[in-house]
Design a protein around this ligand. Structure first.
Ligand SMILES: Oc1ccccc1-c1ccno1
Length: 239
């Protein structure tokens, strides 16, 4: 997968050189380049924003630099990802969808956002997806890019050493993951649930599934409707 990020704060994306994302880049699983939007300005002040038509507070990112940036970076197989509070919810399902694509271009906006014509023009030549991390407002989209790139990269084949890690995690199968424990067996007078030390893998799997169902029902009942619950799950909920 190739990823390009265009930002007025390219240094914000430095963490993409670290940890597993850095490993994925080193292994050639992920090709990633960060660009400074001001590269595509053509005035002495390297202007990227201006006041909004129609009035209102703040500034809007001008279309010209973005247009020239996308002209250079985009290919026919590109998908433009625009983090925005007004976007579709970014979920694990969306992460899987994006992880299957060949080329992502991220356009993290600042100020009051990017001139809408940038997105509308891009949509005439590539897929455009506006995505939101949640119902809150950030200073800009760079933090969202870090989150989205990490969520996608860990899904790429070869990045996680143990593919099983992808099986039991939260939101796999639509449920939150069960509580996890490690040594010591007792910590501050709190024992690890006995079943997890029984060695009975069938019982352990059933216990974890039950815990996932109960935790999801308690914290995210909205997920239950789409979860693939079986009779045993329903019995757990009705206990
Ligand atoms: O609040 C934002 C500002 C700029 C770009 C994205 C966001 C955002 C907020 C929630 N998800 O994305």
């Amino acid at each position: 997968m190739r990823v390009d990020v265009v930002s007025i704060f390219p240094e914000y994306l430095a963490p993409l050189e670290l940890s597993l994302i850095g490993k994925a880049r080193g292994l050639g699983i992920l090709e990633l380049q960060v660009h400074d939007l001001r590269t595509w300005t053509n005035d002495v002040h390297r202007t990227v924003d201006d006041t909004p038509y129609g009035g209102g507070p703040g500034m809007v990112m001008r279309p010209e630099p973005w247009g020239r940036a996308l002209d250079q970076v985009a290919t026919p197989e590109s998908t433009l990802i625009v983090p925005t509070p007004a976007g579709e919810p970014f979920t694990q399902r969306v992460a899987h969808e994006l992880a299957d694509l060949p080329h992502l271009i991220f356009a993290p906006g600042r100020y009051e956002g990017i001139d809408q014509r940038v997105l509308d023009h891009a949509a005439t030549r590539m897929n455009v997806r506006e995505v939101s991390l949640g119902d809150y407002v950030l200073f800009g989209g760079e933090v969202a890019v870090l989150v989205i790139v990490e969520a996608i990269t860990r899904l790429l084949p070869g990045v996680l050493g143990n593919a099983d890690s992808l099986v039991e995690e939260s939101h796999t199968g639509g449920l939150l993951e069960a509580p996890m424990y490690t040594k010591p067996a007792v910590w501050r007078e709190q024992p690890v649930p006995e079943i997890l030390r029984s060695g009975d893998h069938g019982r352990i799997a059933r216990w974890r599934r039950a815990q996932a169902v109960l935790r999801t029902a308690e914290r995210r009942p909205d997920l239950l409707a789409a979860a693939d619950l079986d009779k045993r799950d329903l019995d757990v909920l009705n206990e």
